[in-house]
Design a protein around this ligand. Structure first.
Ligand SMILES: C[S@@+](CC[C@H](N)C(=O)[O-])C[C@H]1O[C@@H](n2cnc3c(N)ncnc32)[C@H](O)[C@@H]1O
Length: 243
């Protein structure tokens, strides 16, 4: 059986998705408050940057993959207007339910779809924009998922991947210390779940750095890929164009 990593552990490929589901089932209800605490609110600025970079127009068709509690989907819905389309999708029903309820509370009604990024139930070449924020590192076969994202885009369409990345050298040690010690502690204190937040910290370390992910996107079919480092590379937006 082929192996992959789940945080720092090696697990059977067939078991990773189940374990990831366990993490997000467990964190769903506290996900938003934990996001604000862990990132000191910075995730809002990183997402705002991603939305600005996307520069969607009225009428555009947007697919938000691993959309979770719906931050990006909500922002895009306001921009594409009623003539456009935003699909709010995730493999995890618990995350989507929290997100859908939040969107409904804000008066935003979007098509919501439980689906695996590695097998998108969508036709070829229809979307103007695909986004995935903090989701790619949880996927078992990132290469397969990236190819799927490319497949559903129109020629000229764009993929934006917002994800934790490799922080600049002087900050690496303090950032490692913070993520490996403070995140599980916050998880324990606020969500009574240190293990899930230890996985999140470990999965950040295991995720490909900027240049490697850029190459993976090119291999998946994106003709041009730009990398935007944010917060000294704590996160990066990879913007790929399907040429
Ligand atoms: C850290 S959350 C990010 C949620 C949201 N995009 C945000 O930025 O707040 C990661 C999400 O990735 C989803 N995910 C993990 N593997 C996936 C897959 N194979 N296909 C689709 N979504 C997946 C999880 O269920 C989870 O909701």
């Amino acid at each position: 059986m082929a192996q992959t990593h789940f945080g720092f552990q090696n697990v059977d490929e067939s078991d990773k998705a189940r374990r990831v589901r366990g993490v997000f089932d467990s964190v769903a209800k506290r996900y938003d408050v934990m996001n604000d605490l862990m990132s000191l609110g910075l995730h809002r600025a990183w997402k705002a940057y991603t939305v600005a970079l996307a520069d969607v127009r009225r009428g555009d068709k947007v697919l938000d993959i691993a959309g979770g509690t719906g931050d990006l989907a909500r922002a895009f819905a306001a921009k594409v207007g009623p003539e456009g389309l935003v699909l709010h999708t995730d493999i995890n029903q618990a995350m989507l339910v929290v997100g859908r309820d939040r969107l409904l509370d804000d008066g935003v009604l979007l098509p919501t779809l439980v689906c695996d990024a590695e097998r998108l139930p969508l036709p070829d070449g229809r979307m103007d924009l695909v986004t995935v924020a903090f989701g790619l590192r949880n996927m078992t076969h990132k290469d397969v998922a990236l190819r799927e994202m490319c497949r559903v885009l129109k020629p000229g369409g764009r993929l934006l991947v917002l994800e934790f990345s490799r922080v600049a050298e002087p900050l690496r040690r303090p950032y490692d210390w913070y993520s490996m010690n403070v995140l599980p502690l916050l998880g324990k204190l606020v969500a009574n779940d240190a293990d899930s937040y230890r996985y999140l910290a470990e999965s950040i370390r295991m995720h490909p750095a900027q240049a490697e992910l850029k190459q993976m996107m090119k291999d998946a079919g994106f003709g041009h890929v730009d990398v935007h480092n944010l917060s000294a590379g704590v996160v990066a937006v990879h913007a790929g164009i399907k040429c």
